[in-house]
Structures are given as structure tokens and as C-alpha cells.
Unconditional design. Structure first.
Length: 512
């Protein structure tokens, strides 16, 4: 492969005392070295020459992107230093040794490039590409996809601990916040970016497929400082990584990805074709699932939802998560919890997860037919929506805890509660507006206690005779028979709806 002046200088600097002067190109355009001889009449474009300084003529024609490696010093160097790049070897050495050293530098990078090509052709392993590049960049490196999930990293256990989390494969959420703050506005930039990132200096190369951002390759300067030569060499590795990702983009459409797509279609109410149906039926194998709908707090609103999906699937093996209308929908396999109290197991594990990610979550009933996923998605949505309204200080909402709330809300439809009032209910409401004694509260407690006078009197802290008199007044105002089960059901639905409305109105909403 071709090199540039910076790459040669950085390598020679580790062995000799050297100086570099003159115009240079960052592009890798230099051919292997040529020994300077007296019969040369010009220095050709994109050529590298090795010479003893005093052998250089006073003047000669110099092409573009020329580099001279010279041993020693001479007055005529000033002529060349304004026309091309001159690397001066100050150490005491000879011409042929330097020539062989430079050849060895080219050999080293040729071997690296050939190894990258070999990996690409064999298995396109990005992890192996980083491994063979460690000696080139001499620093930890990592590759993440567009959802900030690790595809590969190098640098040892300490590096993994610094950047990863216990569920492995994902950038820590707090570190991701720092990453996004600097990197997100630069995702459209094609050129490498030198950033102060995660408490260290990093060189970042955005990865693209066509014009779509698909991830980032990062060099973390923990072990040695940034060198100018890292940029063109990093571009070579970046190109290889992009080719590897492209090579396997078709293979990623496996059964797992198909299952995700099928579940997305089912939730969206889209038809499923015969082949997809067979695949889902095969995958089910009498397993049970729950649907969980998750909503991010405003603190992490900028987090990519794909990142959250990866975290969910890492925390709950066998689960399938995807984005829908700004929320995360996850179908969690619960077969692994069959020998435990499922509800407790799920709540404990989910609570740990949602606290770490600052999420609110609605949980559906367990189900075994994935083709009914849409109904259980609606359950989880109802749990999340009603739970957030009724108990905003909590974050974990199970559908059955809010089933009555959903039933009442659905029974009213879009009409306000007052439109369902009988004339009697309006009279009671008018009474309560002008009296310190609430007939509505008395009626609600009385009906909730199955019209048990003794228990109702105790709950309201009133005398039995006082309560009997109040109930008689309420029945006269209602002009309805409380012994009629249909009358009681209608009243209880209205009273429940009024209580929910009051609870929501009086409860301060927490940060969403």
C-alpha cells in the first residue's frame, strides 16, 4: 500500500532523531522509496526518495507530493523544503540502513492491509480487524452501530469495564449522554473528528452505507497521543469496516429479524403472509409472553430508541423490542420464570431495569398466541396511560391493576361524565355544591359496601341513625330504586368516573 510523509515520519521518529519540514499531503500517495542517484534530473510526482543531504543538487525540478528522506544537513535543503516535504535524519547512520528501514515500514503496512483484506474475504469479522490494527494505532478502539450497540472493541478488560455495562454490548447510559452531546450533531460529517469524549481524546470516523449513518469507529487515545498519520490509516480501516457491515447486511435478515418485523406488522394491524405465519408458529413452541410498553423520561428523551431496544433485549434474553411512535414495545418471553412466582419475578427484574434507564412501563397479561399481540399491546398501552395519570409517582404499571379504570373510561366513550347524569344525580351534585355534607361520597361508600349500613356508618364516622336518614334523602333525590342491580351499576360507573377525574385533576404530574 502507499504511505504519506506523516506515516513515515512517525515511524522513523521511534528509531532516529528526525525533523520534518515543507509542504506535505495527508493522502496516502507515496510509492516505495527510490535511492537518489546523480543521474536524476527531476523528482517525480508522488515519489519518495532516500538521499544523503550533501548529494542533492542545488536546484532541480520537483513534482507534486514529493517526499525526500535525507541523512544529515546541507545548505541546499532550503530550496527543497519550500517545494516538497523533507524528513531529515539527524542520527549518525548510513544510506542503505535508512533505505532498508523505510522498506520495512512499507512492508509492515502492506502486511496489515493484506491481513485486513484476508479477514474481509474470509469472515468479515470487525473484531479481528481491530485486533490486527492494535499495533498500528497503539490505542484501544471500538465500533458501535447507529443504535450505540458495541459491534467490536479492543483494548482489554479495563477498557470494556470503562465503556460497557453489566448487560454487555451497550454503551453505559450516562456515558452515552456525554457521547451524544458531542457526537450527535456531527453524525453527518464525513471527515474524521477529533473530540474530547468520555474523559479522553478520541478520533471518530462515521460509518455510512450509501448516505445513511450506520455507526462510528473510534480510536481512544489512552495509551499514546494522536498522530497526524492516524487519520489516513484510520480511513483505510473505516473503509474495511463499512465493507464488512455491507457484506453481512443481508445475512442479518435472520429468523429473529423476521420475527421482529412480523410482530411490528401484527401490532400495526397489518396482514401476515403464509410464510411469516408458519415461521411465527414454529418459533412459539408453547411459549408465553407479556407485552411491555416503555416511555422514556424527558431526561433521556434524546437517547436513540434503538439503543433502548438493544438494552431491553440484552437484559431479557429471548425478548423482541422495537420502536413504535416514539415508544418502546417489547415482547418478553416468560418461559424462564415458570418455576417462580411470575408476577413478582417480572416486577423485580423490570424494576431494576426501568430504574437504571429512567423508564415508565405498562405490562400486559401473559399470553401464548403471538398473533393476538395487538390486543396485549393495547393492554400495555392502557396500563401505561392510566397508571401515569392515576399514580404518576410510580413507574411500573400492570394492566389488571388499571383494568377497572380502563373499563370505566371506555364505557363513557368521548362524552363527559355529566352527560350520563340522571336528573336525580344532577340534584345530588347541586346539593353537594352548596353543602358541607357530600351525598355523592355517601352514595359511593354505601354502594361500595354493598349497601351495608353498619360498615358504611363506620367508614364515614357517622351514627347509624344519621346515615339512615341521609340515605333516605339520597334515594328521594335520586328517584331511583337502589335495589335494582342495573341502577346500582350505572351509579357506580358514574361515581368511579367522577372519582378518577378528581384524582387526575388533583394529582400533580411528575416529569414524563
Amino acid at each position: 500500500m502507499k504511505l504519506n510523509s506523516d506515516t513515515l515520519f512517525d515511524n522513523l521518529l521511534s528509531m532516529f532523531t528526525v525533523e520534518i519540514n515543507g509542504p506535505k499531503s495527508i493522502e496516502l500517495c507515496l510509492e516505495r522509496p527510490v535511492l537518489f542517484t546523480d543521474d536524476l534530473r527531476e523528482l517525480s510526482d508522488n515519489h519518495l526518495y532516500v538521499v544523503i543531504a550533501e548529494r542533492l543538487p542545488t536546484r532541480m525540478s520537483v513534482g507534486s507530493n514529493v517526499t525526500i528522506i535525507c541523512i544529515g544537513d546541507a545548505p541546499q535543503l532550503a530550496f527543497y523544503q519550500i517545494r516538497c516535504c523533507v524528513i531529515c535524519i539527524k542520527s549518525n547512520t548510513d544510506l542503505f540502513r535508512i533505505f532498508n528501514v523505510v522498506q520495512g515500514i512499507f512492508n509492515r503496512y502492506d502486511k496489515w492491509h493484506e491481513k485486513l483484506r484476508e479477514i474481509l474475504d474470509q469472515n468479515a469479522s470487525i473484531q479481528e480487524m481491530l485486533a490486527v490494527s492494535e499495533s498500528i494505532f497503539q490505542n484501544p478502539m471500538f465500533v458501535i452501530d447507529s443504535n450505540f450497540h458495541y459491534l467490536a472493541y479492543s483494548g482489554g478488560v479495563s477498557y470494556e469495564t470503562s465503556y460497557s455495562t453489566s448487560d454487555s454490548g451497550n454503551l453505559d447510559i450516562e456515558k452515552l449522554g456525554q457521547f451524544l452531546e458531542l457526537h450527535e450533531p456531527s453524525m453527518h460529517v464525513r471527515e474524521p473528528l477529533l473530540l474530547r469524549l468520555l474523559d479522553t481524546e478520541t478520533l471518530n470516523f462515521n460509518l455510512y452505507e450509501m448516505d445513511s449513518y450506520i455507526g462510528c469507529f473510534t480510536i481512544d487515545y489512552r495509551d499514546r497521543n494522536h498522530r497526524a498519520s492516524d487519520i489516513p490509516l484510520g480511513k483505510i480501516l473505516t473503509n474495511m469496516i463499512e465493507l464488512a457491515l455491507h457484506k453481512f447486511s443481508g445475512i442479518l435478515n435472520d429468523n429473529y429479524s423476521v420475527s421482529r418485523k412480523v410482530l411490528q406488522d401484527i401490532v400495526d394491524g397489518m396482514p401476515v403472509d403464509y410464510e411469516q405465519q408458519r415461521m411465527v408458529e414454529t418459533a412459539q413452541k408453547k411459549k408465553k409472553y407479556i407485552c411491555a410498553k416503555m416511555k422514556l423520561s424527558s431526561r433521556f428523551a434524546k437517547l436513540p430508541l434503538g439503543y433502548i431496544c438493544n438494552r431491553v433485549e440484552s437484559a431479557f434474553p429471548g425478548s423482541i423490542a422495537f420502536e413504535r411512535k416514539g415508544d418502546i414495545i417489547c415482547f418478553v418471553e416468560i418461559e424462564s420464570a415458570k418455576d417462580q412466582d411470575f408476577a413478582q419475578y417480572l416486577e423485580e427484574k423490570m424494576t431494576l431495569f426501568i430504574n437504571s434507564m429512567d423508564l415508565r412501563i405498562g405490562i400486559s397479561d401473559p399470553f401464548s398466541d403471538l398473533f393476538s399481540a395487538r390486543m396485549y399491546y393495547h393492554q400495555s398501552s392502557a396500563a401505561l396511560e392510566n397508571g401515569t395519570l392515576v399514580r404518576p409517582t410510580e413507574k411500573y404499571y400492570v394492566f389488571q391493576d388499571y383494568a377497572l379504570t380502563e373499563l370505566v373510561i371506555n364505557s363513557l366513550g368521548r362524552l363527559p361524565t355529566e352527560l350520563f347524569f340522571t336528573d336525580g344525580m344532577r340534584r345530588i351534585a347541586a346539593h353537594d355544591a352548596e353543602s358541607s355534607v357530600s351525598y355523592l361520597k355517601t352514595l359511593r361508600v354505601y354502594l361500595n359496601n354493598n349497601m351495608n349500613i353498619t360498615k358504611t356508618a363506620a367508614d364515614l364516622y357517622v351514627h347509624r341513625s344519621t346515615l339512615l336518614e341521609r340515605i333516605a334523602r339520597i334515594e328521594r333525590e335520586l328517584d331511583a330504586d337502589l335495589q335494582d342491580s342495573d341502577v346500582r351499576l350505572r351509579l357506580q360507573l358514574l361515581l368511579k368516573a367522577m372519582m378518577l377525574h378528581e384524582t387526575i385533576r388533583c394529582t400533580p404530574l411528575q416529569e414524563q
